[in-house]
Design a protein around this ligand. Structure first.
Ligand code: NOJ
Ligand code: NOJ
Length: 574
């Protein structure tokens, strides 16, 4: 009886997974040409939806109001062209050469346009977006965004490597290298400055930005060595080592995710990190966690935490089982244009999983560690940490389940793709209606890269294998110092004292996120905080009583942190 019931339910599951897989098969085959045409429609000079865009200029979307996206962003353009360059250099589409050459010419022009972030030599390379006729956008914006030059150089280096392999080194040295070098020098000199994140909202350090900066300098240093530009090799590789070290500091071990930004006062769960894993994927790097490869235990743990953060917040996810795909967005706290699920986020989750499956298959095994255990447990409640060879039933059942899970994210995007196949930026959390910018170029590109990964296609390796960080490297970008805050404050039962202040580590003056102090030595309330060294800090204590906040009287307390060593501050409540 038990056996047959179990058999029936297993068959039922297989039947539905099979149905889903063929739905996704047919979606990928119909959507693929639509997405490709959608990308090309948004590239000047002849794209049918981008009239007015200069040659090689990628518009973010033809939408001109709410939101107005008829601009060119360095990030979007570079990610889109990375996809096109991969298609061209792999032979998947041999017709793209003129587009690629136009892109390079357009970006070389944009590098030289003086803009609100500066000139080409004073920070202008960090400018996030331009007008589509290659003039500066001078309105207020979240600037600089330092992922742009890194992503742009990654795309161009990918093309350069292919040209070298195809006997065109002189074009690389004479024409491409000077453009690439401007971006790489910018990354080398500025990676440890704060930046707006890829969502253009939080000014701090950002995991995606740091990770693509690392990749750019790593690849750039290898290219420079190859074409005899030896003077920059060690500068690029030294800073690549430093960024790789810094990258490790974003890890939040409990509950196991990469905190997207060092500032911003959010939970830190963010598609930023999933996008990182797919854009630093190197099929030769195995499941290496140091570079956050898609199948690394930390990237899988992170993926689960990210996905789960959307299960409860979107109505369209209602009733979906905890081990099945759901709609996901930029980050759970998002309110921009409704704060809905994003197509490119759904595709990114699927792509990370397809990338992981490719590597496991190449390696002939997969490993479950204590860190990735919660991820794998979704697919097999009895799983235990260990390495499972591809000849074992556990490997087969896990990889089948993970492929189905991945397909579920594509199926989610498919379900909310309108009949013409157009991909907007978002689909509503309430009923999945496409919303915000129509025909978002990046949405189309993200579909195409996910479809390629599903078909087992990978991009050229970028040198991520066998990298390591020195155990003594300093993981913090800027030096920090420990500071102990003590305040003598008389309170009544039900009242607690919190600390809040002017820097991220003091929650940027949040009252709801402020740091709870310990009353173990009452009436002294105490807490220890790690703060940026040699920095002027303002702070105050607040009393919170049942949600009601009482601030200390003005002015703010102020001090400058030391260069090193522990500091103890003893205050009396005012
Ligand atoms: C426009 C940006 O493009 C978007 O990412 C951001 O969420 C909003 N501004 C709000 O800052
Ligand atoms: C808003 C997104 O947050 C940002 O990442 C993107 O660059 C712009 N829209 C343009 O698509």
């Amino acid at each position: 009886m038990w056996r047959s019931l179990r058999l029936v339910s297993a068959l039922g599951l297989c039947a539905s997974a099979f149905a889903q897989s063929s739905t996704v098969d047919s979606y990928t085959s119909t959507e693929s040409p639509i997405a490709k045409a959608g990308v090309l429609a948004n590239i000047g000079p002849s794209g049918v939806k981008s009239s007015g865009a200069y040659p090689g200029v990628v518009i973010a979307s033809p939408s001109t109001t709410d939101p107005d996206y008829l601009y060119t962003w360095v990030r979007d353009s570079s990610l889109v062209f990375k996809m096109l360059i991969d298609q061209y250099t792999s032979g998947q589409d041999t017709t793209l050469r003129a587009h690629i050459d136009n892109f390079i010419a357009a970006e070389a022009n944009l590098q030289q346009v003086t803009n609100p972030s500066g000139t080409v030599s004073t920070g202008g390379l960090g400018e996030p977006k331009f007008n589509i006729n290659e003039t500066a956008f001078t309105g207020a914006w979240g600037r600089p965004q330092r992922d742009g030059p890194a992503l742009r150089s990654i795309s161009m280096i990918t093309y350069a490597n292919w040209l070298i392999a195809n006997n065109n080194e002189s074009y690389v040295t004479d024409s491409l290298w000077p453009i690439i070098k401007l971006d790489l020098d910018y990354v080398m000199n500025n990676w440890n400055e704060t930046t707006f994140d890829l969502w253009e909202e939080v000014d701090s350090s950002s995991f995606f930005t740091s990770a693509v900066q690392h990749r750019a300098l790593r690849q750039g240093s290898a290219l420079a060595a190859e074409i005899g530009q030896s003077s920059v090799v060690s500068g690029y590789s030294t800073q690549a080592d430093n960024i790789l070290c810094f990258l490790q500091s974003y890890w939040n071990p409990s509950p196991g995710f990469m905190t997207a930004n060092t500032g911003g006062g959010r939970s830190g769960r963010d598609a930023n990190t999933v996008l990182t894993s797919i854009h630093v994927f190197d099929v030769e790097a195995g499941c290496d966690g140091v570079t956050f490869q898609p199948c690394s235990d930390i990237a899988l743990s992170n993926l689960k935490v990210y996905v789960d953060s959307f299960r409860e917040i979107y109505s369209i996810n209602g009733g979906i089982r905890a081990d099945q795909a759901v709609a996901t967005g930029r980050y759970p706290e998002d309110v921009y244009q409704g704060g809905n699920p994003w197509y490119l986020a759904s595709f990114a989750v699927a792509e990370q999983l397809y990338d992981a499956l490719i590597v496991w298959s190449n390696e002939g095994s997969l490993t479950v560690t204590d860190v990735s255990f919660p991820f794998f447990q979704q697919f097999d409640t009895n799983i235990t940490p260990g390495t499972y060879s591809s000849s074992t039933p556990i490997y087969s059942s896990l990889t089948t389940a993970i492929r189905n899970f991945a397909d579920g994210f594509v199926a989610m995007a498919a379900k909310y793709t309108p009949s013409g196949g157009g991909l907007a930026e978002q689909y509503t959390r309430s009923d999945g209606t496409p919303t915000s910018a129509v025909d978002l170029t990046w949405s189309y590109a993200s579909a195409l890269t996910a479809f390629n990964a599903r078909a087992g296609k990978t991009s050229a390796s970028w040198g991520a294998s066998c990298l390591s960080v020195s155990p003594t490297c300093s993981t913090s970008m800027a030096p920090t110092v420990p500071v102990v805050f003590n305040v003598n404050a008389t309170t009544v039962v039900g009242q607690n004292i919190y600390l809040t202040g002017s820097v991220g580590a003091l929650t940027d003056w949040s009252t709801t996120g402020a740091i709870l102090m310990s009353s173990a030595d009452y009436p002294i309330w105490s807490t220890a905080v790690t703060l940026p060294a040699n920095t002027q800090i303002q702070y105050k204590y607040i009393i919170v009583d049942n949600g009601e906040v009482t601030w200390e009287s003005d002015p703010n307390n102020e001090f400058t942190t030391s260069m090193s060593g522990i500091t103890t501050i003893n205050d009396v409540w005012r």
